[in-house]
Design a protein around this ligand. Structure first.
Ligand SMILES: [Zn+2]
Length: 206
């Protein structure tokens, strides 16, 4: 049996959603993490999800891939790791094993929050590095380009840690990010950038 099938048999969409900090409401509905969802519009079925708001759909591996910005293969590996699934054991045995490291709800949510902010910022930096690169050697460097060059590796390292490091390291990293205010600053920054983009779109249309 391949890794994907094994993971899908061992972990339901709902289990993964809960483990990674989504709050499952009545009727297995959650607030969709993939669009700005105020009331739960994503339905979790046993082996797939569907969002009535944005149309997001997929299985447990797609969910984790999207949440953490991973390839399907890396998402499957993360599930194997987090849920203590042993690829060499038959799935029936895997099902009986509880997550190796059940995180407290609060720290799960904190970790998810950090990961989402970091991913958002990472995408922004990747975009800036291309969009605002100097076109000629005489060009003065755009601030955004400089920021991208300075921060990209560091942010990439952080998202890697939050995705693949063992629990203790992840908890420490989240703690550090929250204590030194970095996550708050980045969240602010992302919000501001979104507003700027919105404003620009409006002027362009109008
Ligand atoms: Zn949605």
């Amino acid at each position: 049996m391949d890794l994907f099938t094994q993971v899908k048999m061992a972990v339901s969409v709902k289990e993964a959603a809960e483990y990674y900090g989504l709050e499952v409401k009545r009727g297995n509905m959650v607030c969709c993490p993939f669009h700005n969802d105020r009331t739960p519009s994503m339905k979790l079925n046993e082996d797939y999800l569907y969002c009535f708001g944005c149309g997001a759909t997929g299985d447990v591996i797609d969910l984790v891939a999207k949440l953490f910005n991973l390839s399907s293969y890396d998402a499957a590996k993360k599930l194997v790791y987090d849920f203590g699934i042993d690829p060499d054991k038959p799935p029936a045995a895997a099902v009986l094993r509880k997550p190796q490291y059940p995180l407290a709800k609060a720290s799960q949510r904190a970790e998810m929050h950090c990961q989402r902010i970091l991913c958002g910022y990472l995408h922004l930096l990747e975009h800036w590095k291309v969009q605002h690169a100097p076109k000629t050697p005489e060009d003065t460097f755009d601030d955004r380009f400089v920021e991208a060059c300075q921060m990209l590796d560091y942010i990439e390292d952080l998202t890697d840690i939050l995705t693949f490091a063992e629990l203790e390291v992840r908890v420490k990293t989240v703690d550090m990010l929250q204590k030194d205010g970095m996550i708050d600053r980045l969240e602010e920054r992302l919000k501001r950038t979104e507003k700027e983009v919105d404003a620009r779109d409006e002027t362009e249309i109008g």
